[in-house]
Design a protein around this ligand. Structure first.
Ligand code: ADP
Ligand code: MG
Length: 676
């Protein structure tokens, strides 16, 4: 007798559940997506015990008639597709008809649903995939799904569930992001004890961010918006002999994008704060991710990541969503077009916003692994712990654990809560940009007994009447950007390294080395583009010995080096003689610079491309030719530098991503003096 037999539907559903229902958050995702597809304008989610005990999603969408209510739990039963052609242009979030039977296979489910025009609704009860009852009942229009005892019949799965707070945080992050994507809808998320999210409809995405996270988060973000007509349709057209007489070539449509991206001073240690929606679907995608990071190239250091909320819209035919059972991946028909569109949109938003980093922010900033744009878990002990122990490394391991879908650990600890002058400020050299978090006590008050407390013994506060000595200044226009750098009045230098300057917008501190570096970097790239790089002949050739690996890299970049003013000739085996170097680099520095460059390229894991080689070389020349720290500058020179910096395309950060300019806004100053 043969050994092969077809699996029963029951077993097949359990297997499918393995792919679709990874954890409680995946159930929530499928149910929310069904509500969205049903045209709901209100969605309420109730969670108990991190979703183990109860997940309930209630919507006011189209509901189902009795027959549909039963059919919905059949495998491959869907109202969203009819023909295979429909697969090429999916406009709904669901289409596989797999979610409900898969979920129903691994829990006890109760569905209540009524279509608006029907007099009564239907209640369906299912346990472990078996329908128990189907009854008629008086119900509100819409659908409510209750999932109890998730994985009760798959103990192996249940064991893999994480702590309740972890599962809840995944759910909260997911719901928050759908709420961000749909500001026109009413969203609620409740845990057994708390209302975690209450978001009535608002008019725009930025209002929703404000509503959910507050002004501070909104201030850290730069709005993005772009559109671009597609040049062609991604799908092949039928050949001429198969076209109907009335065939019309399809219009290619356009790519649209909107959302938010963070100011360069906001830096994260991983990609978990980058959220990408394509046609309303939350996905993870390498192409878009790469486009975003390319947009930030030479603006933030290569090892850190921004906070991004990106909504991409394109004709449904341009994106294949049928790639993954949980529908979290897509494939674009015109990948590189999408990639470049995202990159250019991010970059031009950063260029035109030109935000000036606030001094206070930079002092307390360091790349953090904490996920941005996720709601705090109310009152959880875990949150308090993470907030206190908020160092980069500790959080990193937590974040790693969640990297699966990056819908992640919450603890949205308010950043930069402390006022600029409180707490211990350890400002040295480029402390603002150093990778360590300088002030872990980010809750404003100095730690009792900490250095600040020792320095400034507590004084009894004198109750203040609003006398003239504490009135806020008049007519403060705090909105500003770096275009006005050229109008700054330099006052002098701190330790011959940092230029101090003022204007009515505040006090400015400019790192003279990185400022000049940015100026030179852009100049070199421009001259290189026009093939007009200045070079200088060295009095004596400089001999550099290369290791074999270095030599391989040298051969690869030699041509580009030459275009940048380096002239080198082989001088024996593995030795080269450099005869000329880019203008501004002293003879002594040439060898060092070359070594550094080769080492950088050697560490590079990805393949080198010309653009990368070009920017690296430009950055390296700029760094070595720029004014150094510990160099006295007269006023004219400082003015010259500020004027030059103002004219650069991107004055906020040096090519390595460190900040160039910091500002104490008048508001910060007033706040610190307790005038406001
Ligand atoms: P899919 O979403 O891929 O079609 P599902 O298994 O998630 O498959 O759902 C099956 C069908 O049940 C859907 O096509 C839809 O017609 C119906 N359905 C599910 N949830 C809802 C809901 N909240 N409101 C109205 N109809 C729903
Ligand atoms: Mg579905």
């Amino acid at each position: 007798m043969g050994r092969i037999h077809v699996l029963s539907e029951h077993v097949a559903n359990k297997i499918a559940a393995g792919e679709v229902v990874e954890r409680p958050a995946s159930v929530v995702k499928e149910l929310i997506e069904n509500s969205l597809d049903a045209g709901a304008t209100r969605v309420r989610i109730d969670i108990e015990a991190g979703g183990r005990k109860l997940i309930q999603v209630t919507d006011n969408g189209c509901g189902m008639v009795r027959d549909d209510a039963m059919l919905a739990f059949e495998r491959h039963a869907t109202s969203k597709l009819t023909h295979d052609d429909d697969l090429l242009s999916i406009a709904t979030l669901g289409f596989r008809g797999e979610a409900l039977p898969s979920i129903a296979a691994v829990c006890r489910l109760r569905m209540e649903t009524r279509e608006e025009s029907e007099a009564s609704g239907t209640v369906v009860e299912i346990a472990g995939g078996r329908i128990l009852t189907v009854e008629e009942a008086g119900l509100p229009a819409g659908t409510s799904m209750s999932i109890r005892d998730l994985f009760f019949n798959t103990p192996a799965r249940r064991k893999f569930l994480k702590a309740e707070s972890t599962e809840l945080s995944h759910i909260a992050s997911l719901v928050t992001h759908y709420a961000l994507a749909h500001p026109e809808m009413h969203w609620e998320l409740h845990s057994a004890t708390n209302a975690m999210l209450m978001a009535p409809p608002v008019a725009s995405h930025s209002e929703r961010i404000y509503q959910v996270f507050g002004k501070e988060t909104l201030d850290e973000l730069i709005p993005l918006a772009a559109q671009l007509p597609l040049e062609r349709v991604g799908l092949p057209e039928p050949p001429p002999w198969r076209r109907q007489p009335d065939y019309e070539a399809p219009t290619p449509g356009e790519l649209r994008l909107h959302g938010f991206t963070s100011k360069p001073e906001i830096q994260k240690l991983n990609r978990n704060s980058i959220f990408i929606f394509v046609n309303g679907r939350l996905i993870r995608d390498k192409v878009v991710m790469h486009g975003i990071l390319e947009g930030y190239r030479n603006i933030i250091p290569p090892t850190v990541y921004p906070v991004v909320l990106l909504f991409l819209e394109m004709p449904c035919t341009e994106v294949d969503v049928n790639v993954h059972p949980s529908k979290t991946e897509v494939r674009f028909r015109q990948q590189s077009f999408v990639h470049d569109f995202v990159r250019d949109a991010v970059r031009s938003a950063l260029m035109s916003a030109r935000p000036a980093p606030a001094f206070a922010n930079e002092i307390h900033s360091g790349p953090s692994a904490r996920v941005a744009l996720t709601p705090p878990l109310p009152g959880s002990a875990e949150e308090a712990f993470r907030a206190l122990a908020g160092t980069a490394q500790q959080n990193d391991s937590v974040a790693e654990e969640f990297s699966v879908f990056s819908l992640i650990p919450l603890t949205n600890v308010p950043r930069n809560e402390s006022l600029p002058f409180t707490g211990s400020m350890n400002v040295e050299g480029n402390a603002a940009a150093s990778a360590v978090r300088i002030a872990p006590q980010s809750f404003g008050a100095p730690v009792p007994g900490g250095p600040a407390a020792a320095q400034y013994p507590a004084e009894e506060a004198v109750p203040e009447t609003r006398s003239s000595c504490a009135l806020p200044l008049d007519g403060i226009d705090d909105a500003m950007d770096l275009s006005m750098l050229g109008t700054l009045k330099p006052l002098g230098q701190i330790r011959d390294s940092f230029i101090l300057a003022t204007n009515p917008q505040g006090l400015w501190i400019i790192d003279q080395h990185v400022a000049h570096e940015r100026v030179l970097f852009e100049k070199i790239l421009q001259e290189r583009g026009a093939r007009k790089v200045e070079a200088q002949r060295l009095l004596m050739p400089i001999i550099v010995e290369l290791r074999p690996a270095q030599q391989a890299i040298f051969t690869e970049i030699a041509e580009e080096l030459e275009h940048n003013g380096f002239e080198a000739e082989p001088f024996g085996i593995r030795t080269i003689a450099i005869q000329s170097a880019p203008a501004g680099i002293t003879g002594g520095e040439v060898a060092e610079m070359l070594e550094e460059l080769l080492e950088q390229f050697e560490r590079e894991e990805q393949a080198l491309n010309l653009e990368k080689i070009r920017t690296r070389i430009a950055a390296s020349i700029a760094c070595h030719a720029a004014i150094k720290v510990n160099m006295p500058l007269d006023t004219a020179k400082m003015e010259w530098l500020l004027a030059k910096l103002a004219k650069t395309k991107y004055p906020m950060s040096c090519p390595h991503g460190r900040p160039v300019v910091l500002r104490y806004s008048v508001k910060d100053i007033q706040k610190a003096f307790k005038r406001i």
